[in-house]
Design a protein around this ligand. Sequence first.
Ligand SMILES: CC(C)(COP(=O)(O)OP(=O)(O)OC[C@H]1O[C@@H](n2cnc3c(N)ncnc32)[C@H](O)[C@@H]1OP(=O)(O)O)[C@@H](O)C(=O)NCCC(=O)NCCS
Length: 434
Amino acid sequence: MADSNESSGTPEETQNLKLDGNAASESDISLDLLARKVQESLALGSRHKFWETQPVGQFKDIGDTSLPEGPIEPPSPLSEVKQEPYNLPNLYEWVTCDMDSEEMCLEVYNLLTNNYVEDDENMFRFNYSKEFLRWALRPPGYFKSWHIGVRVKSSKKLVAFITGVPARIRVRDQIITMAEVNFLCVHKKLRSKRLAPVMIKEVTRRVHLENIWQAAYTAGVVLPTPATTCQYWHRSLHPKKLIDVGFSRLGARMTMSRTIKLYKLPESPITQGFRKMEPHDVPAVTRLLRKYLNQFVVAPDFDENDVEHWLLPKEDVVDSFLVESPETHEITDFCSFYTLPSSILGNQNYSTLKAAYSYYNVSTKTPLLQLMNDALIMAKQQNFDVFNALDVMQNESFLKELKFGPGDGKLHYYLYNYRLRQALHPSELGLVLL
Ligand SMILES: CC(C)(COP(=O)(O)OP(=O)(O)OC[C@H]1O[C@@H](n2cnc3c(N)ncnc32)[C@H](O)[C@@H]1OP(=O)(O)O)[C@@H](O)C(=O)NCCC(=O)NCCS
């Protein structure tokens, strides 16, 4: 947990206990971290017994410009892909999780609600809703076989989970069908038993069976080797609650009422023609987004079906807004966020932190700063406590001015079986994983 910033008058000082007091040198920190990792792995040999066996960029190869960019291993003939699942310890069995089934979806929800990602101080735990999970796991062309659970044979209790969904992702000028791997979770009582590597190998096998050989994933931990390292920024919408639950603290020389005033927002959006996205907007939003995402080194290659699935508003899951020119009716700008609450662990007064996460935003006519301010206003209208954003795409251009403060959480992005010449700057990344 980092200390609060001692300077006064800036919003940073009221920010999170998830705050890293040293926001100025983020890239230095991640470079340092990488350098340290390299030294450790050289000095001590196998530090990543599993990941060192996988086709991912290895720490020892960082800076080796003779290695080509692209797939690390070629695809195998499908007949050579292992046909039977990997072995689990005897007490456990594989299950394919049918997310259409209310019962199965609830089991997954319960596993994640009690065992998924927590912050470093174990104050908050992600609480993805069932509807969110259904949305995240059933995009166009999804494979049921990539929703993988592990049960205890005797009791049938679900104790581990991992998923993939297919996505076309562009890396520079190559469009590659990848698996986006997510929701890796092992029950708290089964940790550190090397179950995670088996889960990862099994999802990889099932991805290979669909003739797909690359994957994208994120993690809070450093693994060999990040494609980029991002930082979360947080914009308080309900500062009193955030302070009460220990998400943020009152800044030096700040009172609660000054803090509330600092974060106050207008009741309704400022931009003329700002409205919720509707089904008939899908073609225009797709054109806008495709053009915009082209500038990033790594970004999804969205078609209209993808946009319909990922960006049409879905209550309590994803919100999308656009600017339609009052004169020409042209769609000129777009912004979106998804809903991911966290359980607040051990607070008497509050059980849930309602968080919005910046998703895809495009500005062509409305300045990005104004567009995102309108997004904040919509999130506040919907009673979110905090609006989170990574420093990906052009987000750095509005974070400070819109009173976001840096969090202490890093998010590392990884590619499986694809080497980049060198790690990207977060602003070169046009991909948001859930
Ligand atoms: C992540 C989690 C499944 C790992 O399981 P675990 O019991 O702690 O670890 P295991 O003994 O099974 O496996 C350890 C191996 O998995 C790797 N690993 C751990 N977390 C990982 C992650 N998030 N992604 C990929 N690999 C991971 C470790 O690096 C290690 O491999 P290595 O020796 O090559 O470094 C478990 O800690 C968990 O459920 N945590 C809460 C949810 C969570 O953080 N999920 C990941 C979200 S990105």
